[in-house]
Design a protein. Structure first.
Length: 217
């Protein structure tokens, strides 16, 4: 089964935060950064994402991550309409495997009228958090959120990968191909991701052609 999680999972804040002192300065720094700079790009980096190395120093420990999450929680309690703070908190909670807390924070971030709600990556991450709460399955509400991401950007790589994976898991191989084939065109030929997806497409195509149709009711 093709998996781009290592390339396009929710932002890994342990490897995407500047090396500044933990505390108020770090919280202020995070809230000033474009969300794209806190996200791992799937394909060729844009000029904006190429600036990431300047802020790509890890947090020292899980204890620091927990401390930062507490500060972010205080931030959103004081300013509950701060969608960016909710989004960063959601990503940090996901990184710590607190999937229920992450899902709640994503929901709050995306419910607010802001540019955050127009970011398809956030809808995918919300779907990912909900999926992790149901043993990695993307059926149901996660699939609806992925559709929302694709409505915002029909060529969004992570949304295409997740939509294809959801369909594949349901045995809808032809439907999976409708998402994975456009994604393949976005990946760099010769890359590992391209090779893995090409193999997954070959498997899905074989299964689609050899599947026994269900009897009509």
């Amino acid at each position: 089964m093709f998996d781009l999680a290592k390339l396009a999972g929710p932002a890994r804040l342990f490897s995407a935060i500047a090396a500044v002192a933990l505390g108020t300065a770090l919280l202020a720094f995070l809230l000033m950064q474009p969300l794209v700079l806190l996200t791992d790009p799937l394909i060729a980096p844009s000029a904006e994402s190429e600036a990431r190395p300047a802020i790509a120093t890890a947090l020292d420990s899980r204890a620091e991550a927990i401390a930062l999450a507490r500060r972010l929680s205080a931030q959103v309690e004081k300013y509950p309409r701060d969608a960016r703070a909710w989004a960063i908190l959601a990503r940090l909670e996901f990184e710590m495997d607190h999937f229920a807390a992450a899902a709640q924070a994503y929901e709050r971030a995306l419910a607010l009228p802001s540019k955050v709600a127009n970011d398809p990556a956030l809808w995918c991450e919300y779907a990912d958090a909900l999926g992790m709460m149901q043993d990695g399955k993307l059926a149901g509400r996660p699939r609806e959120l992925i559709a929302r991401a694709l409505a915002l950007n029909p060529n969004h790589p992570k949304a295409l990968e997740m939509a294809g994976s959801a369909e594949y898991a349901q045995g809808s191989y032809a439907a999976a191909l409708r998402f994975w084939r456009p994604l393949l065109a976005l990946l760099a030929p010769g890359s590992q991701a391209h090779a893995e997806l090409a193999a997954a497409i070959a498997r899905a195509d074989h299964l689609a052609r050899t599947a026994i149709p269900e009897p009509r009711q």
